[in-house]
Design a protein around this ligand. Structure first.
Ligand code: ADP
Ligand code: MG
Length: 689
């Protein structure tokens, strides 16, 4: 059914606030539109004359839709989005009258005083200014404020004056070019002369929590750090598995409808929404798109989730582990490669020729993930993810691939069934031609794997819920480009296809693991196989700038050494700062809220005991309560002192935080609920029902 014929409010409006190519075509002269399309196709810079016409058309469209401002919208290395709004207002030089204007120059290039954005030292070496340049592969859109008035957002890349990347988008776009280049070389070797472009596709499933705003505001730990630093477990958690796919509360459904409607208007293709495993946890999955658009759209999704939750008296928590002892949130990054002729290169084919290509790209991914496991691990190394990964519901810190038994066996048959090209035909017949049917039968889903093949795409599950999808996809595209390059190089030198692929598979099959990734035995086995186990976030971040990674990213023109060092610096700095904020918040809450509340309650108990003694009635229970409370209170006080010391010396901060939390959570279970200063886990997790 056509969207126009759908009467449900909000749904006809898909793309309404997006300046799509269709709309551009309507507003531009034919020749101008053709030049624009050529530019897009070839990935060149837009000619100035055409840029002027596009800018005019864009402003006209924006004004028609009630937007009087525009902004270059970009993704600095803070993980969030950035914008600086300008109105279209100018004063005409000739008659000094106010006019509305938007030049080609203003469209293509913006200048931001970016001195407060993280630059990891890149700018100190060059200039204080940052520049934003239009990414014409991501269409402009209107973002509406609460009153419906909009701002035209122009997706841009953010860099230094000599073009060094200061954002998540620039390296991503470069990595998309790299994988396109190498994939085309491989396809030509496979006899495909038609494909002109290979694009990575991404669908990012977003998990999140929704809690009542009134509770959120009373939890300064959530406000400042995104996660609860204290909280005794509630009597009921997720043990009954009664949350997953359960009927969604009406209040949340209202939020979801509003979110869908808002995002649809902006061209974000939301598709699936459901309850997740933990209480008050939900998920949104979009239709997949080109990686670049998917990254932008996921960023918009997070922004709108926060805003719309707030409008509905809720708070959206995007942190990877907002609550201890219940599941954390991730962002499952579904990834594949698609050709401009409409073929998904990771979809098993119906005939041997298609499977030849499927196998090639599949083995390229396997080789890439094994060779650069630590780069992938690094791409998800954030402080929030540190609390989630390796927890009981999230993938562990060791990277492995799930293929399913059927596909693994098929690959083994492919590799060992034949060792020379003369048998190639046979291999195809006995082996891979039945793949499509086989994997379908093998429909077991392995939810524990960090990198799972799910039939026609890979699902990278390590990514944290709050992070930008930019870096994980930049890494994924680059490492696969690298193994495709190896295949193409070797075939250029005349090596036979089967030799190259079979050898590659044998070298890297150790990364395949179809079992339970949460089992302790897997870590032992992973060690035996020599797979890297990086369980320290700082080490993972530092590995970004390993010699191997610097060579990799430079080789494919994705990031230059200076850009890599800058990214590493920023990430390390973020870790230190975030940890300091957490410890500082903990100290403040303990000293200003917890200790005083406990002291007051101790006073109440003292009073009771004294009064009982005066009345000459037994008060053993009160005495025992008082004694226990005071012992724990002293421990808590000492815990705060110890944390302050750790914070000053910079050592043992994590351990001190853990000890202090333990003590505060024990106190929570002793103190009169009506005087406890923080909303409990039970209140936060079970009040939106
Ligand atoms: P599953 O239930 O197996 O995870 P779905 O079809 O529900 O699979 O898809 C889950 C996510 O994967 C969705 O966001 C979807 O858009 C995305 N996805 C599906 N196919 C692809 C693809 N070829 N490339 C990238 N993402 C994809
Ligand atoms: Mg999925």
């Amino acid at each position: 059914m056509d969207l126009d014929t759908c009467s449900t409010i909000g749904y006809q409006q898909y793309n309404e606030d997006v300046f799509t190519l269709d709309k551009m075509e309507q507003k531009l002269e034919k020749s101008q539109f053709q030049t624009l399309m050529e530019t897009l196709k070839q990935g060149r810079q837009l000619e100035f004359s055409v840029a002027g016409a596009v800018a005019d058309a864009m402003m006209e469209w924006a004004l028609e839709r009630g937007a009087t401002q525009y902004t270059h919208w970009f993704l600095p290395l803070t993980g969030a989005t950035a914008e600086k709004r300008n109105s279209f207002l100018e004063i005409d030089k000739a008659d000094r009258q106010p006019i509305l204007s938007f030049s080609g120059k203003a469209l293509i290039k913006g200048e931001a005083d970016g001195s407060s954005f993280p630059s990891g030292g890149l700018r100190a070496t060059f200039e204080a200014r940052g520049y934003t340049t239009w990414d014409c592969t991501s269409p402009a859109f209107i973002k509406r404020d609460a009153d419906g008035i909009g701002c035209l957002c122009i997706p841009t890349a953010f860099c230094t004056f000599d073009g060094r990347a200061l954002d998540a988008k620039t390296p991503l776009l470069r990595s998309m070019e790299a994988i396109d280049r190498q994939a085309l070389r491989v396809l030509r070797h496979l006899g495909d002369q038609r494909t002109q472009r290979v694009t990575p596709t991404v669908g990012g499933e977003q998990e999140y929590f929704l809690i009542d705003k009134k509770h959120f505001l009373r939890r300064k730990d959530l406000v400042y750090t995104g996660r609860t630093l204290f909280g005794a477990p509630p009597a009921k958690g997720q043990e009954l598995s009664d949350q997953y796919y359960a009927a969604t509360p009406l209040r949340v459904l209202k939020f979801m409808h509003e979110l869908n409607e808002t995002l649809w208007r902006m061209g974000v293709p939301c598709k699936t929404e459901h309850n997740e495993v933990a209480p008050s946890q939900y998920e949104l999955a979009p239709l997949f798109e080109s990686a670049n658009l998917a990254v932008d759209h996921n960023q918009l999704t997070m922004e709108m989730m926060r805003r719309i939750a707030d409008n509905n008296g809720l708070c959206c928590l995007l942190h990877e582990k907002p609550f201890d002892n219940v599941n954390g949130s991730g962002k499952h990054n579904n990834w594949s490669l698609s050709t401009d002729t409409g073929i998904n290169l990771l979809k098993p084919g119906k005939n041997s020729e298609q499977n030849r290509s499927f196998l090639t790209f599949l083995i390229a991914v396997i080789s890439a993930v094994d060779t650069y496991a630590s780069a992938l691990r690094m791409s998800c190394a954030t402080i929030g993810n540190e609390y989630r990964l390796g927890g009981h519901e999230a993938p562990p810190q060791v990277i492995s691939i799930f293929l399913g038994n059927a596909l693994s066996e098929e690959l083994n048959r492919f590799v060992s069934g034949c060792n020379v090209e003369t048998h190639q035909k046979e291999v195809m017949n006995i082996g891979v031609s039945t793949m499509a049917e086989l994997w379908r039968d093998d429909s077991d889903r392995n939810r524990t794997s960090p990198f799972a093949f799910t039939g026609n795409k890979f699902e990278f599950r390590m990514v944290g819920s709050s992070q930008s999808l930019g870096l994980p996809n930049t890494v994924l595209n680059t490492i696969v480009a690298d193994s495709l390059m190896e295949i193409a190089d070797r075939m250029d030198r005349g090596e036979a296809w089967h030799n190259v692929l079979a050898g590659m598979y044998r070298r890297h099959e150790r990364v395949i693991f179809n079992g339970n990734n949460y089992a302790k035995e897997w870590l032992v086995e992973a060690k035996r196989r020599g797979l890297p186990i990086v369980d320290n976030t700082e080490d993972a971040v530092t590995s970004l700038a390993s010699d191997e990674n610097i060579a990799l990213f430079s080789r494919h023109n994705v990031m230059q050494p200076q850009e890599i060092l800058a990214q590493k610096e920023i990430a390390l700095q973020n870790l230190v700062t975030a940890s300091k904020i957490e410890a500082g918040t903990m100290l403040k809450i303990t000293r200003q809220s917890i200790l005083p509340a406990c002291a007051r309650y101790s006073d109440v108990l003292c009073d009771t005991v004294t009064k009982c003694m005066q009345a000459n009635v037994p008060c053993e229970a009160q005495r025992a309560m008082l004694q226990k409370l005071n012992i724990e209170l002293a421990r808590c006080y000492q815990g705060a002192e110890a944390l302050e010391k750790s914070l000053k010396s910079g050592t043992g901060v994590k351990e001190s935080m853990l000890a202090l939390r333990f003590s505060v959570d024990a106190l929570e279970c002793m103190v009169d609920k009506s005087v406890w200063p923080l909303p409990s886990y039970g209140e936060m997790l079970f009040s939106v029902v």
